[in-house]
Design a protein around this ligand. Structure first.
Ligand SMILES: [Zn+2]
Length: 420
């Protein structure tokens, strides 16, 4: 290749990169290729005005030239790009002596805005370790990028009026540390994460995140019966109806079934255990869908009339409650169910009924609210599962701060910084 041809190609590459980076007061002077990197050398373009790094106003006077800095950028084909430039210090009429604003990166950043946004987007799908590997960065850089993105997103997110929220707790490190999460159930988006599950910690959601004015639009607050949040709702959102939601009630019901099953398994003989394990799914089927052999096995099981069979039937009967359209009928069913559960001689079910009875004013509104507010039973559960998967794929975050950042990043639909 002749020398002037090579020169021509280089000019093309430099122009291309200059346009890609959107440089106006800067230019690409050289593109250098090493084994590991493509290095883009940048310099100031003539005496075009530079901007203040703080307020971004154009400044007439350049004070001095600082030492060379490097920024990682997205890869060009296989080679990662690095930008090299000696930032100027400018005299801003408003802010005084400041380092100039560079259009390819935020003032604090060691990577370009394009790369940090790409990293942030991938970190919504992969673990931080996996994201770091993809971009040849270390875990800490990814953590910094995500935390900055979350900080930006929380400051710049849309905050429409909120009508229905779900408050729940999530655990980190196998139940040793608890966080409180609050979802907007209409938009199916995470609103807030609190560092504990105490009343004191959750108070901040109402006082700091929502504020008095926004609290007034709250109509429904879904939560668990055990939760310590009911007082807070009465105090800060007096217009809101507390609802102990389906997801949590079913969870307690399943725990009662489990407790009965565990006790039962200790009592059964080995042969009975095998028969039971092979047949218990029959209890959950509609009898008219079973064939002859299955019916036979089911009736054996029912004839046992063991605690576990009674527990399964009680559980199934309870599910009808969710389907009613008329509040009076739903309540009648629930009352009937509670008295038969009290007579079941199953201690875990009696405990469950006692819990229901003391929370009825937050359970019965379900029938009306699910129709009038389009309340979906899957909303809380879906968000919950998403958070669990974030926790799992990252082998449990070692610090609560990082876990909280990851939850916001994946569930709050935050906007990413705008690339210039
Ligand atoms: Zn300034």
């Amino acid at each position: 290749m002749h020398n002037h041809e090579r020169k021509g190609i280089e000019v093309l590459v430099e122009t291309f990169i200059r346009k890609q980076l959107g440089l106006k007061a800067h230019t690409v002077t050289k593109v250098e290729e090493t084994e590991e990197f493509m290095i883009i050398h940048i310099d100031r373009l003539g005496d075009r005005l530079l901007r203040c790094g703080l307020c971004r106003q154009r400044c007439r006077k350049v004070h001095s030239v600082r030492k060379e800095r490097e920024w990682r950028d997205l890869s060009m084909r296989k080679l990662p790009l690095k930008l090299r430039y000696r930032p100027r210090r400018v005299e801003c009429p408003r802010c005084g002596l400041r380092v100039e604003d560079v259009p390819w990166a935020e003032a604090w950043a060691r990577v370009t805005a394009a790369l940090s946004n790409a990293v942030a987007r991938l970190a919504r799908e992969l673990s931080w370790q996996g994201t770091a590997r993809q971009y040849g960065l270390n875990w800490k850089s990814v953590a910094t990028i995500v935390k900055r993105a979350v900080q930006y997103g929380l400051k710049n997110r849309a905050r429409p009026a909120v009508h229905m929220i779900g408050i729940d707790e999530v655990s980190r490190r196998k139940g040793q540390v608890y966080l409180t999460v609050v979802y907007d159930l209409e938009r199916r988006v995470l609103l807030w994460v609190g560092e504990d599950r105490t009343e004191e910690a959750v108070k901040k959601f109402f006082t700091e995140e929502m504020g008095r004015r926004r609290c007034h639009t709250l109509q429904v607050v879904c939560m668990d019966m055990w939760a310590a949040y009911a007082n807070l709702v009465r105090q800060h959102a007096p217009n809101a109806q507390i609802l102990f939601d389906r997801f949590h009630i079913v969870k307690h019901l399943n725990e009662a079934v489990d407790e009965v099953r565990r006790a039962e398994m200790q009592r059964l003989t080995k042969k009975e255990k095998v028969l039971f394990k092979r047949s218990r799914w029959l209890l959950l089927k509609n009898p008219w869908n079973l064939n002859g052999d299955q019916k036979e096995r089911l009736s054996t099981l029912v004839r046992w009339n063991t605690p576990i069979v009674r527990a399964y039937y009680l559980k199934e009967a309870f599910q009808l409650f969710w389907e009613y359209r008329q509040p009076a009928r739903a309540e009648a069913l629930l009352q009937k169910w509670m008295s038969s559960a009290m007579q079941s001689r199953l201690e875990p079910f009696k405990k469950f009924v006692r819990m229901l009875r003391s929370h009825l004013d937050g359970i019965l509104p379900w029938t009306k609210l699910r129709l009038s507010n389009g309340l979906s039973n899957g909303a809380v559960e879906g968000m919950n599962n998403k958070i669990k998967s974030i926790s799992h794929r990252s082998f449990g975050f070692r610090s609560a701060k990082n876990f909280i950042a990851a939850i916001y990043h994946c569930c709050a639909r935050l906007p990413l910084p705008v690339e210039r």
